[in-house]
Design a protein around this ligand. Structure first.
Ligand code: 5GP
Ligand code: ZN
Length: 115
């Protein structure tokens, strides 16, 4: 828990969100400003500021984030046509919230390369 972190506050319920999945390690919720018909954020309940902050002890946690994303993608019917997972990192990566999060984007054809 980081006192001044938006996503820690969302995990704690201090800021409301539309919950998609929760367990002790992982939380998933609808992005407030969806960039695609399905746009869900999957985050660790542990505060890690970005993917670079993860280390060996977080190996299972990182795997769980990806597998949770797969479960949600399946439940949302994205598996057939595909989807994209994104982890924006740092200034050049376009990260705006410094609590590690994986974006699930799906429900339309996505452009590549990104802007
Ligand atoms: P980033 O740009 O850091 O990769 O992504 C941050 C994401 O968090 C953005 O897609 C943004 O719409 C989402 N976001 C920012 N503030 C809130 C909020 O208060 N609630 C929810 N549900 N999503 C948020
Ligand atoms: Zn946090």
């Amino acid at each position: 828990m980081s006192e001044d972190c938006l996503f820690c506050k969302i995990i704690d319920g201090k800021i409301p969100s539309t919950e998609v999945y929760r367990d002790d390690d992982v939380f998933a919720f609808e992005d407030i400003n969806p960039a695609a018909p399905t746009h869900i954020l999957v985050i660790p309940t542990k505060h890690l500021k970005d993917i670079k902050a993860a280390n060996k002890e977080d190996r299972d946690l990182l795997g769980k984030i990806l597998l949770t994303a797969n479960q949600i993608s399946n439940e949302r019917g994205l598996a057939h046509d595909g989807f994209r997972y994104v982890i924006n990192t740092g200034k050049h990566g376009g990260q705006t919230v410094y609590h590690l999060h994986l974006h699930i984007l799906g429900g339309r054809s996505l452009n590549w390369p990104p802007g």
